[in-house]
Design a protein around this ligand. Structure first.
Ligand SMILES: Nc1ncnc2c1ncn2[C@@H]1O[C@H](COP(=O)(O)OP(=O)(O)O)[C@@H](O)[C@H]1O
Ligand SMILES: [Mg+2]
Length: 300
């Protein structure tokens, strides 16, 4: 019997290249060939085939898409179509959920998982925003498709909202998504889940004077053990968002005294070589679980 063939598109910076090679070697041991660097950006669709570099991507046994940095509209469009033709990790459905903070928060709430309180309203419904800031004290405006803490704006009172609205209106948004600002110690838990199983956890804390824990916003990573409740929340959050692979961001609400899921990331980075030296040792476990997953989902 011919080997199974799997397409992979994995980020190559920050140690990603070496991770990819390990995955390829381990899959080879299971008679699964990997076609690496299948960037949908470079595919052309010809009648019934989605072609990348002479390979019919639509005839692969699975496609593993793991590259957050370089996603274009064309790729996302093809992701959706390809998902109808071959098994994908993550599925397009999970990808679409985790790329959208509002969609994520809604599904988490429906699954009984605590998030920051949130509101979504039409761009002209500034009355709703006004009502919201009056009840919440402080809120955070978030682009629903953002990352790295970019574009998040803390709104402290009604006059800040009045100042901000003209700018938001200029941005040609269709809707506003806001969250209640959660009082917390400016640190979070990032919990990695693969195939419903706990892989690893670390903490991030915000840089001086910032309330966002993102590394790109000046935050830093530290070793942090999760408790059973945190692991349980992360597993349930991953399931609610239908992800095979997820990085779940959790903070502790000091006022309500409960854990809150801030977001579910569908392409959580592996530990970088520097982070591995620091003691984040979950990469091998994550690779093994991903290899198992690819093996299972690519079975004909
Ligand atoms: N509702 C909130 N209350 C308090 N802090 C928040 C809230 N939402 C986000 N943050 C802070 O901002 C950071 C970025 O928010 P997040 O929703 O994860 O967006 P991004 O996709 O940009 O990482 C979080 O890691 C957290 O530190
Ligand atoms: Mg985040």
């Amino acid at each position: 019997m011919d080997n199974r063939k799997v397409g992979m598109w994995l980020y190559s910076n920050s140690g990603g290249e070496a991770i990819g090679q390990k995955i390829i070697t381990k899959l080879k041991d299971r008679d699964i060939d990997v076609i690496n660097n299948v960037n949908l950006r470079h595919t052309v669709v010809e009648n019934s085939h989605i072609v990348h570099n002479g390979v019919n991507v639509d005839e692969l046994d699975l496609f593993f898409s793991y590259n957050a940095g370089e996603q274009t509209q064309y790729q996302v469009y093809l992701y959706k179509i390809l998902n109808e033709l071959v098994p994908m990790i993550n599925s397009y459905e999970a990808f679409a959920i985790t790329e959208d903070k509002f969609y994520t928060s809604l599904l988490l709430n429906k699954a009984g998982i605590r998030t920051a309180d949130f509101r979504l309203c039409h761009r002209d419904d500034t009355q709703e925003l006004r009502k919201t800031i009056q009840t919440w004290e402080k809120m955070v405006y978030k682009p629903t498709d953002g990352w790295g803490g970019v574009g998040l704006t803390k709104i402290e009172d009604e006059s800040t909202l009045d100042m901000l609205l003209p700018f938001l209106n200029q941005m040609d948004l269709r809707y506003f998504y806001v969250e209640r600002f959660v009082k917390y110690d400016n640190s979070d838990f990032r919990v990695d889940i693969v195939d419903g199983q706990f892989v690893g956890c670390y903490g991030r804390k915000a840089g001086n004077g910032d309330w966002r824990t993102n590394i790109t916003s000046g935050g830093s990573v530290f070793l942090r053990e999760p408790n059973d409740e945190i692991i349980d929340i992360a597993i349930r959050a991953s399931k609610a968002c239908k992800t095979d692979i997820a990085g779940v961001d959790i903070i502790y609400d000091l006022e309500r005294q409960e854990y809150v899921v801030l977001e579910v990331n569908g392409i959580p980075a592996f530990a970088t070589p520097a982070q591995e030296k620091m003691g984040l040792t979950f990469n091998d476990k994550k690779i093994d679980l991903i290899v198992d997953l690819i093996d299972r989902k690519s079975k004909k």
